[in-house]
Design a protein around this ligand. Structure first.
Ligand code: MTE
Length: 352
């Protein structure tokens, strides 16, 4: 793993580790805002409260007994994925310089959030569902648990899970045991780990991290920005990355396999990926895997004939609505470095 920080633990695998459809647990990226909490699963209870007819307190055994189990393959992606490319354009002090691997895919097992909310008697006026974790982040003043919310319409959709297992193994402590939310198609920050409380509200969560995950205008100072100054992030932005060859690789000129992943976000799918061997001089369409479901990345691959000398490989994705990624990090640069979905670029040197 490429460990960006040990405390809190923030790490991404080498890009080549993301070539498999499901990411093994020991290479799944980790994104934390505080220390990983130690939770005794026997004493842990999930509280469901707020705008519900009857508040609930549920143990893991009760969740398993009372609600049907559901499994779903879904990609998690941090809003800071590929921030390093934004930083090359203009520095972003104090933020983790994520490469293209702050993203991973698992088969999640758990119960539908919608089933739990129905059993609590979710009231009509509940417009947002807020999640609170157990970990305490020093990033806020005073230190407070991590949290966030999604609109009720998303929370009630079939794909949103309260998960206790990943890839058919018990959820590891680092990924939120005993229970985490999985909000497929939305930025990873909404998939709250070490879940202790679900609250139905009329307004979005007032947790610090709800609006910290927002796009500020380029001229804003993140240290003085107010919660309402940015565009609060929700669905993942259409996105692709090159996984092979390695960045700055030295390769023989000629045919070279280029591979990567693409993800459209929310319920869209990726429709086409174009790849260029010569910094946009020419483009070919990559072979793109059919979507497993809208919540999961699609891998792509093609063989490019690389010219001798230095060159920049490029990749850009199109989604099922016909939208294409913006060309340059300059267009999307923002002071916290979120949602970089500009074309993927990778420098290589080829010898004859
Ligand atoms: N949940 C809690 N309680 N604390 C956190 O720091 N980080 C969020 C989200 N859920 C976080 C959290 C962010 S920003 C991301 S991208 C994902 O968890 C990362 O999940 P992972 O570490 O299992 O890959």
């Amino acid at each position: 793993m490429l460990v960006h920080e040990t405390e809190p633990y923030n790490a991404e695998p080498p890009p080549g580790a993301l070539l498999a459809q499901l990411t093994p647990l020991d290479t799944f990226y980790g994104r934390n805002h505080g220390p990983i909490p130690r939770i005794d699963p026997a004493r842990w209870r999930l509280r469901v409260d707020g705008l519900v007819d009857h508040a609930l307190e549920l143990s893991i055994d009760e969740l398993r007994r009372r609600f049907p189990e559901r499994k779903l393959v879904a990609t998690l992606q941090c809003a800071g994925n590929r921030r390093a490319d934004l930083m090359e354009f203009r520095d972003i002090p104090g933020q983790v310089p994520w490469g293209p691997a702050a993203t991973s895919t698992a088969c999640w097992s758990g119960v539908r959030l919608a089933d739990v909310l129905a059993s609590a008697g979710l009231r009509r006026e509940a417009a947002h569902i807020a999640f609170t974790g157990t970990d305490v982040s020093q990033q806020t003043d005073p230190p407070a648990p991590f949290g966030g919310s999604v609109p009720a319409a998303k929370a009630l959709s079939d794909e949103v899970l309260l998960a206790w297992a990943m890839n058919d193994e018990p959820l590891p402590a680092a990924h939120g045991a005993p229970l985490r939310v999985v909000v497929p198609g939305w930025i990873g920050a909404r998939s709250v780990k070490w879940l202790q409380r679900i609250t139905a509200r009329t307004e979005p969560s007032d947790n610090y991290f709800q609006t910290e995950y927002s796009i500020l205008p380029p001229e804003a100072d993140p240290r003085t920005a107010a919660p309402g100054d940015g565009i609060t992030l929700g669905p993942i932005a259409l996105h692709c990355a090159i996984l092979q060859p390695d960045r700055d690789a030295r390769l023989p000129a000629g045919p070279t396999e280029v591979t990567g992943y693409a993800l459209a976000g929310e319920d869209r799918t990726v429709a086409r990926v174009d790849v260029s061997p010569d910094n946009g001089g020419s483009w070919t369409h990559a072979d793109l895997d059919a979507p497993e479901n809208p919540w999961t990345w699609q891998h792509w691959r093609t063989t490019l004939t690389l010219p001798a000398g230095e060159t920049e490989l490029l990749a850009r994705a199109w989604d099922s609505t016909g939208a294409v990624e913006p060309e340059s990090p300059a267009t999307v640069w923002n002071p916290r470095g979120y949602a970089n979905n500009s074309w993927a670029g990778l420098h290589v040197t080829c010898h004859t």
